[in-house]
Design a binder for this molecule. Sequence first.
Ligand SMILES: *Cc1c(COP(=O)(O)O)cnc(C)c1O
Length: 404
Amino acid sequence: MFLSREEAFGLLSQFGSPLYVYSEDILRARCRELREAFCGRIHPSFSIKANSNAALLRMIREEGIGADAVSCGEIFILEYAGFDSSEIFFIPNNASEKELCFAAERDILISADSLSQLEAIGRVNRGGRVALRINPGIGAGHCDKVVTAGHATKFGIDPALCCEAKKIIKAFDLKLTGVNQHIGSLFLEPGPYVKAAEALLAIVLEHFPGLEFIDFGGGFGVPYKKNEQRLDLAALRDGLFPLMDSFTAHYDNKDVSFKCEPGRYIAAECGILLGTVNAVKECFGRRYVGTDLGFNVLMRPVLYDSWHEVQLIKKEEDGGCASAPLADVTGNICESGDIIAASRPVGDAENGDIIAVGNAGAYGYSMSSVYNSRLRPAEVLKTTEGKFRLIRAADTLQSLTASF
Ligand SMILES: *Cc1c(COP(=O)(O)O)cnc(C)c1O
């Protein structure tokens, strides 16, 4: 953890509980690590649905990383954070013509997720550039909800329809500049990603000459459990580079570039979620540590059964016992499924202690809600100089009624 005990308590008393805290050092390290691993041959773009805080986006942009957006709201935030149209790739699914216009008017490249969307892009942007999201038929991910390619998912264009796609592109005088795919989220072994890249390259060789770029997608995992192995970026690179070499040797455009779309990998590990223990109880033999970390604040454990490490930070220094009893860490939402971490050795918690949740930087705040009319927390950045800066204010009671 990048916070001391004193810092954690100081932050909660200054900014309120719960609170998201991010480390600039870790965020920048992840960006650099990715860029260095791929030696400038695969350009990472940050998938901002993982974390769309403008302060973090500015740092990611400073690190030379582009951005992928899945909605007009994300495009709007990216512009606010200083991204140029040419640095944004719009990968929506089931977008309305109004949304497609929003991107086209800004000259942002749009990827079509279906032939029907491709026609809609043709109607709103006749003669413009376009990309295609291909489903290579291979998927991967930590649970079924995040597998986004293969034979049973709503995403991407079936390669069997490539000829149809080409007809539509011709009919609307579109220029196909690239293809992308995204096989799913959170893989820790390079195998499926490399296989899917191989499948995509074969499809491009067969159907799509003259592309400017090929985008292999995101899904790079991070170890959520202490003992999990990190994704071996060098092994991923060593799987991809030979495929890219042999592809380029056979392809007409020798200057074709390659991209990837990591979200989680860049943002997850730089974030910690801090919450406060408000109640501790024993009920029919089970122990519960009740906190203000409801699933409106961090949804992943409830939505995906995800594991996050939790650490108890005691009010009193050296207050914890070495082998604490197991307890469920629960939130304050009125649903029995509101458990952030089950059976963890934090049973010696007392009111006023802090629970720190690790790897909360991706799909944390960005998935938060005001369910139960609870306020979304503030976000704070720990800068490289060791200073703390508020980068998003918490909701207020007034914000709950502002849109009535
Ligand atoms: C969500 C998403 C990503 C990023 O996924 P991660 O698992 O966070 O890397 C990449 N591409 C597309 C199209 C996405 O929707």
